[in-house]
Write a protein that binds this ligand. Sequence first.
Ligand SMILES: *[C@@H]1O[C@H](CO)[C@@H](O)[C@H](O)[C@H]1NC(C)=O
Ligand SMILES: *[C@@H]1O[C@H](CO)[C@@H](O)[C@H](O)[C@H]1NC(C)=O
Ligand SMILES: *[C@@H]1O[C@H](CO)[C@@H](O)[C@H](O)[C@H]1NC(C)=O
Length: 229
Amino acid sequence: MSRPRQLTHATILILLATTWFLLSLSATAVHALRPPPQAAAPAPGTLCIPRERDALLAIKARLIDPSNYLSSWRDEDDCCQWAGVKCSNRTGHVVKLQISSYMTGNNVGGEISSSLLALQHLKHLDLSSNDFGGKPIPEFIGSLKSMTHLLLSRSNFGGRIPPHLGNLSNLISLDLSYQLESCHSLDLAWVSNLRKLQHLNMSKVDLRTVVDWTHVVNMIPCLGAFQLS
Ligand SMILES: *[C@@H]1O[C@H](CO)[C@@H](O)[C@H](O)[C@H]1NC(C)=O
Ligand SMILES: *[C@@H]1O[C@H](CO)[C@@H](O)[C@H](O)[C@H]1NC(C)=O
Ligand SMILES: *[C@@H]1O[C@H](CO)[C@@H](O)[C@H](O)[C@H]1NC(C)=O
């Protein structure tokens, strides 16, 4: 007599368990469909990445800045708002650095700190129209792999142009024109690695020992404007 009732209880229990199981399954499915949380998306106005801000401050510390162009570079502020600094809206990484007397009205000098290497997302570096007192262009600039525009004209660099710049395989524009007389390159083999280059300016760079320049220039498919003397 009580058997059917027991069965009913059992059936209800099984139904409940199945419903619970299905509900939790669909909850899991919905969760899986939901987009993952934004990867630490910085809030507007606070884009600055602390590690990159520290690098910029270390760069500033090695520069001589007579016109105080870098006065906005202060520890407590959003480094993406600093003079000459541009960050990506999307990632917050510093993508452009422009310290040029076109803007400062006075040459920046001193030393380029290797802290620059912390800015691995840098695409655009403009240090033109400064006075680096005959020091060579640092080799480590060749490690900034994202670089598309490297503008170092009229900045009183001297010595050998480091062939390490040939590692900048994304480079579209390279301007090394008008340095001190001692500024030279022994060959241009490194330039032929820059397959995306569209604009090259090595005007007034001493290329007396270079014999292969037509060959090099012919190896760069997109090169439009170039000036080598
Ligand atoms: C970034 O944001 C600023 C201001 O909101 C806007 O003017 C600019 O066009 C944006 N840049 C990019 C590359 O989206
Ligand atoms: C960059 O280029 C230089 C000289 O061409 C080379 O000696 C060096 O190993 C390269 N470095 C990297 C990280 O590719
Ligand atoms: C190369 O640079 C010099 C001076 O910086 C400029 O006068 C000249 O027009 C440039 N040449 C090209 C092809 O851009």
